[in-house]
Write a protein that binds this ligand. Structure first.
Ligand code: GTP
Length: 239
């Protein structure tokens, strides 16, 4: 049997990642790439939970800047994450992966409510659990939801999926000489203001010693690569 570095992980996918080449909505090519990568590791026995953002439909902060109450804007954002969760669930199920969606805001006609012990049970049965609705509270991002849920289910690490292959000292798309970090400490992330996860989420990870790996999810095979301990992306740890 292949050696797994991690057995229970929380995958954080931003809403924007689901856009692919679209201006709005969910690109089926993206959800199918993500689903096949998840399938590869579920078949190895890895337990995968997912937290998904909503930025492909709605950005709460921008709406509040434009005059909407922040709380209302954030609730609309939480609903957007639920749409994404259902989209990803569908893509996973098309590939034969058993999934459960749990929402932080009760919407029982659509999905189960978040119940920690039930989520853990689903994972033990090798079902992919998608946590939707953020933390269920305004003023918190889905990054914070990812850190919170990862701690609650005792995930070993957060897989932060992005479109670039790690964390750079400056924007690699703008600067040719941008330098990639292979490893960083939580303190570096906060002090250098690297915005891997927002500061609330980063602090939560730091205080509870929950590592984060930032990697390019657009490249097929990357989730499996990280699971198998290959040096992919940037690893953020205590030291
Ligand atoms: P086990 O208890 O381990 O067998 O898990 P299970 O999820 O298969 O059991 P359950 O009977 O709770 O769920 C069966 C199906 O109903 C699954 O697809 C669940 O996602 C779904 N389900 C469970 N609770 C709810 C709910 O409150 N709302 C909605 N919409 N679906 C639910």
């Amino acid at each position: 049997m292949e050696k797994l570095k991690y057995r229970r992980v929380l995958l954080k996918i931003s809403g924007e990642a689901l856009l692919g080449d679209l201006d709005y909505g969910i690109d089926p090519g993206v959800t199918s790439n993500i689903s096949s990568q998840i399938k590869e590791v579920v078949e190895l026995g890895v337990e995968v939970a997912v937290v998904i953002g909503g930025g492909n439909f709605w950005r709460g902060v921008s709406a509040s800047v434009n005059g909407m109450d922040r709380t209302t804007a954030d609730y609309i954002g939480m609903l957007a994450t639920i749409m994404n969760a259902l989209g990803l669930q569908n893509a996973l199920e098309k590939m034969g992966i058993i999934t459960r969606v749990q929402t932080a805001i009760s919407m029982q006609e659509i999905a189960e409510p978040f119940i920690r012990r039930k989520a853990v049970r689903h994972l033990e049965k090798k079902r992919v659990v998608i946590f939707a609705g953020g933390t269920g509270n305004p003023y918190f991002t889905t990054d914070t939801a990812a850190a919170l849920r990862a701690l609650e289910i005792e995930a070993e690490i957060i897989f932060k999926a992005t479109k670039v292959d790690g964390v750079y000292d400056r924007d690699p798309l703008k600067f040719k000489d941008a330098k990639k970090f292979t490893g960083l400490s939580f303190l570096d992330v906060l002090q250098k203001n690297l915005k891997i996860l927002d500061s609330t989420a980063t602090s939560l990870c730091m205080e509870n010693n929950l590592p984060i790996v930032v990697f390019d999810i657009t490249k097929p095979g990357n989730i499996k690569g990280v699971i198998m301990g290959k040096k992919i992306g940037t690893l953020v740890t205590k030291e």
